[in-house]
Write a protein that binds this ligand. Structure first.
Ligand SMILES: C[S@@+](CC[C@H](N)C(=O)[O-])C[C@H]1O[C@@H](n2cnc3c(N)ncnc32)[C@H](O)[C@@H]1O
Ligand SMILES: [Zn+2]
Ligand SMILES: [Zn+2]
Length: 344
């Protein structure tokens, strides 16, 4: 946890600021420290008085373990493995949909090992930005459900943005943490989007790619996104479509394919991933290959662009996408009007 994120974190119960008691601190060489505006002084360590308000020094620190204590009600939140935790550890013993969601996505994100040397590549945010003609995101930005942290890291490299990623799953937090370790303007927080540890009107922009439709109470999460956004902030959300604007054939296909979820959502993550890996070449041949061919012909272009999984970059590259579609315990789908209602 970079001490600077204390600027934004608040108690879940009373929304008061939190005091940091750090137990283990590491020193990290970070990029783009100079772009950050000075913090308001919430970050100083009681035992490192000399570093008070020295934001350049503070930006090179990683608090690996410690506690966050509410200045008003005294409630405590843990920091472990460098991540501030605002969800119960191990979640509930019973298999609630939230627990299962965290487990299934956590397995997927734990598989990816971000290499420091890999150059950033456009990811989901760029697709959303192009489709919605989004303005340039500046200021403090929330990545709501940041997954493995690719968009989070990309956006935090931009000159004018500081990005906080919120993620439910342990695996997602872990991989995001590794990916953003060197980026001064990126943070990851383990929390539930239905209960965010931030004050009202904290964020200048919010984006969420493919998350709200996996939450049992999407309206609650949408309400939280509205609460923590400043007036006039852009809130961009990608939701699964319900195929209501497509032909009956597409709707039938969606229903048929989705019926497999009755079984797949109950498979152990490892087994399901193996199935998805094996099925990936078939889906590649049925979707990505036709897309590459058909998009060249004007009359077939709109059909080509309606194909799912069209962006696959190789026969086995769809395993993760398929796993995402077939593992998540909850999946809602939205019409254009339904999506607008959710965010109103
Ligand atoms: C389909 S993934 C998308 C991840 C990322 N936004 C991306 O574009 O790659 C959905 C993510 O939302 C997270 N998630 C689901 N429910 C959540 C909740 N209630 N609070 C926070 N994150 C949640 C999952 O753990 C998962 O990482
Ligand atoms: Zn500071
Ligand atoms: Zn409190």
């Amino acid at each position: 946890m970079k001490p600077r994120v204390l600027e934004y974190l608040r108690c879940l119960d009373c929304r008061a600021p939190l005091r940091l008691e750090a137990r283990t601190i590491e020193q990290v060489v970070r990029d783009a420290v100079e772009k950050l505006s000075p913090c308001s002084g919430l970050c100083p360590f009681p035992d490192l008085a000399s570093q008070e308000r020295d934001c350049a020094a503070c930006a090179g620190l990683e608090v690996m373990t410690g506690d966050l204590t509410c200045l008003a009600c005294g409630r405590q939140y843990g920091i472990s493995d460098g991540i501030p935790r605002f969800v119960a550890s191990n979640f509930s013993p019973c298999s609630s949909p939230t627990t299962r969601t965290a487990r299934s996505f956590g397995f997927l994100w734990d598989r990816s090992k971000p290499a420091r040397e890999t150059p950033p590549r456009p990811y989901h945010f760029e697709k959303m930005a192009a489709a919605l003609s989004l303005p340039v995101f500046r200021g403090v930005v929330l990545d709501a459900g940041c997954g493995e942290g690719i968009d989070l890291a990309n956006l935090a490299r931009e000159e004018h943005a500081e990005v906080v990623g919120v993620e439910l799953s342990e695996g997602g937090c872990r991989t995001s943490f590794r990916r953003i370790a060197r980026l001064a303007g990126a943070h990851v927080v383990q929390a539930d989007l239905c209960r965010l540890p931030f004050a009202d009107m904290t964020f200048d922009a919010v984006y969420s790619y493919g998350v709200l439709h996996h939450i049992a109470t999407p309206a609650l999460a949408a309400g939280e996104a509205a609460r923590i956004s400043r007036h006039g902030a852009c809130v961009a959300v990608y939701l699964y479509e319900d195929f209501g604007e497509r032909s009956a054939v597409w709707r039938w296909l969606l229903r048929s394919v989705n019926s497999a979820r009755v079984v797949t959502t109950k498979l152990p993550p490892r087994a399901l991933f193996a199935v998805c890996w094996a099925a990936s070449p078939l889906v590649y041949v049925l979707c990505a290959v036709p897309f590459t061919v058909l998009k060249r012909f004007r009359p077939l272009r709109s059909f080509a662009w309606s194909l799912p999984f069209r962006h696959a970059r190789g026969p086995f590259r769809l395993a993760g996408d398929l796993y995402d579609r077939f593992s998540a315990p909850i999946e809602y789908r939205y019409s254009r009007g339904g999506a607008a209602d959710l965010l109103r």
